[in-house]
Design a protein around this ligand. Sequence first.
Ligand SMILES: [Zn+2]
Length: 513
Amino acid sequence: MNTLFLLLSLAADPVAADVVIRGATIYDGSGNAGYVGDVVIKDDKIVGVGPVFFAGKPRVIDGTGLVVAPGYIDLHTHCDSGDNSVTKPVHRFNKCYLTQGVTTVITGNCGAGPSDVKGFYGTLDKNGVGTNVAHLVPHNSVRTKAMGNANRQPTAEELQKMRDLVDAGMKDGAWGLATGLIYTPGTYAKTDEIIELAKVAAKHHGIYASHMRHEDTRLLEAIEETLTIGREAKIPVHISHIKASGKKAWGLSGDAVALIQKARAGGITVTADQYPYIASSTSLSATVVPTRYRDGTTQEYRARFDDPEKGPQMKKAIEADVKGREKAIVIASFAKNRKWQGKSLGQIAEMENKPAADVAIEIEKAGGAGVVIFGMSEEDVHVYMKQPWVATASDGSAWVPGDSVPHPRSYGTFPRKIGRYSITDGVIPLEQAIRSASGLPADIIGFTDRGYLKSGQFADVIVFDPKTFRDAATFEQPHQYATGVKYLFVNGKIVIDGGEFKEVLAGKALRHQ
Ligand SMILES: [Zn+2]
């Protein structure tokens, strides 16, 4: 076989090369088993994979004992959100992702982020960015623009305004529409509204990605809603951060997988992504305050806690939501009282000598907090991970080390799944773990020029040491960069060289054509 390849390559014309990664085990993103060979880069493209006859005086990187793979594509990030946006100078390099081997992040997820796609991409063009960024039109932002945070159905005029915003976003290069149906105001949208907007995204060959309405005991019902949207709008649907959340929902992953497989067999394009952790993370409000109390302005929301009628109702509902989860809900970031960061509602309740629900209310009245919630089972995480249609995605955002205690997923998702779950624990084969981080997400989002090690693709390439490619970030100490990436190329530019991080802004805003 090798001799044949050699003869074939000698017979071909030599390719001009800038970089040759020589003798690493190639996992090309297709899910095929690895094989030893060369990967050749010229300018911003991959120009040869396998045995390649090259010309010029390229830099030769010795890949012996290392793995070479396509740069990872993270379908689900919040790298466009608030203080953790890659548009902020401090986050521009997106080091917490590059050190995981992630070369492209998708934004607009959970319906959050800028609805002005042109403006967002323009800012990235102007200032530069460390990873590539591809955006989805965020439904919550679109709905807010059209009708504020109102708990009702849109008027015909408001619906048209939303349609127009989705249309404009898609024309400006978004890759689809994303919803977050536990968040305001998306939670107030009925299925019909989403179908109408998904039709607009479908017209432009986009996808529909959803943080579904339920991830707990009502998980299957939420999947049904997503499938309905796919069927009615004729659009590929994608379930974000699939899970079975809360003890009562444990084990539902099997039913969820069966339901999705049936839909796939029936011709619906449905996929999912997951992060390899048993804890999730979101806002405290989305975790313990029912949506019916979360409409209107921030001031109205806060004042509602002291309303003589609504206040006691809210307190009762929050008590019910917190009950039994006091130790499972951990404060990640709370600027007003940093001592509470990293502690559970239960721990704070003991410290402060007051009920856990009262602590939650105090935090909400002071502006809210981010939380980490320990609510999943390892078995469910495994069940989802094994599915060939489940991609890896972090649900994280651009972080730099600081004093908050966020979910470690922003620093560790990809090395954790590939290094820990696949290489160390053998839950899935390495070729599948790499595919779920590269070729699969590329196929899902609709990239045709990234996600595979193949001639003609953009040179987003990772070279890692399988012995040391691991996550270092923990729930207690999340601000720790992953280890084991030896070389990383973004659009042909080297951003990690010999394990050393270079401050290079080699990423691009990726526009859907
Ligand atoms: Zn989400």
